[in-house]
Design a protein. Structure first.
Length: 247
């Protein structure tokens, strides 16, 4: 790890568990300032305290990424408290697998709201500050599910394909502002992600699969750090990785 991460102000959505929390810990230990967003305030406050207890700088801002104003406030809090935003990690996400014929339309809406609109709101909140600074890095989280479509995964996969499309669109548009854009697409990682599946067969199948192949969340934290720690003129556009055992 080099000094590129040290002192950067990094906003993380979905920082209350799994990949977001792992990335926050890793980046904090490398000297970044972390601004943590998620709905579960107790979780992000405890994490901020943990990072500060270890000598880091962090704050927690309760945020629902489906609410555009709350995402704006999250980024504004980073700029108000720490003077700038260097990295926006749009990580919050929801996976509710089910076959389309189960017609879990509320869950389709939830995934579209969190996984697509949440990422767009994160971009909308960070971009004006980054344009002004003429520097910044937006990192969006897609998935192996953004590269293929699986049975019972149509809507989740669609949202993760959308994240890749949005990221590529953003990348091609922000050259004038010296902004970097990265999309990270993990395979199965051991987090709370599968716990939100309500369709019984899908829940069982995914749990069994994750039990067999899932890898720890520090894999994601290292991928995020790799993208950030490159020299400013190097823009890592996509990282696709998965457990060695995953097909
Ligand atoms: P977790 O369920 O452990 O974490 C999801 C995070 O998203 C939580 O912090 C949760 O916080 C947050 N979140 C969910 N809904 C909202 C919302 N409306 N507003 C704000 N935050 C929200 O799963 P992961 O850590 O695995 O997921 C992180 C990302 O990684 C997701 O985008 C996921 O799709 C992606 N991913 C995960 C993989 C895996 O195998 N684990 C593989 C590929 C991609 P809270 O509930 O407190 O709001």
């Amino acid at each position: 790890m080099n000094d590129q991460i040290k002192g950067k102000v990094i906003v993380v959505t979905g920082a209350s568990s799994g990949l977001g929390a792992a990335a926050a810990r890793h980046l904090s230990s490398a000297g970044a300032t972390l601004v943590l967003g998620a709905r579960r305030q107790n979780r992000i406050s405890e994490l901020a305290d943990e990072l500060k207890g270890n000598g880091g700088t962090a704050s927690a801002v309760p945020t629902d990424v489906t609410d555009q104003d709350q995402v704006k406030q999250l980024v504004k809090a980073a700029v108000d408290q720490f003077g700038r935003i260097d990295v926006m990690l749009n990580n919050a996400g929801l996976m509710q697998q089910s076959p389309l014929e189960a017609l879990k339309i509320d869950e389709w809406d939830n995934m579209i709201d969190v996984n697509i609109k949440g990422v767009l709101y994160g971009i909308a909140a960070a971009l004006p500050f980054m344009q002004e600074q003429k520097s910044g890095h937006i990192i969006n989280v897609s998935s192996v599910a953004g590269h293929k479509v699986t049975p019972a995964g149509a809507v989740y996969c669609a949202t993760k394909h959308a994240v890749r499309a949005i990221s590529e669109g953003l990348r091609s548009e922000v050259k004038a502002y010296n902004l970097r854009t990265t999309v990270i697409s993990p395979g199965a990682v051991d987090t709370e992600l599968p716990t939100h599946i309500t369709h019984e067969d899908s829940h069982e199948g995914i749990n069994e699969y994750y039990h067999q192949v899932a890898i720890p969340a520090d894999s994601f934290a290292r991928a995020v750090a790799f993208a950030i720690e490159q020299p400013e003129e190097v823009d890592i556009n996509e990282i696709l990785y998965r457990p060695t055992k995953q097909e």
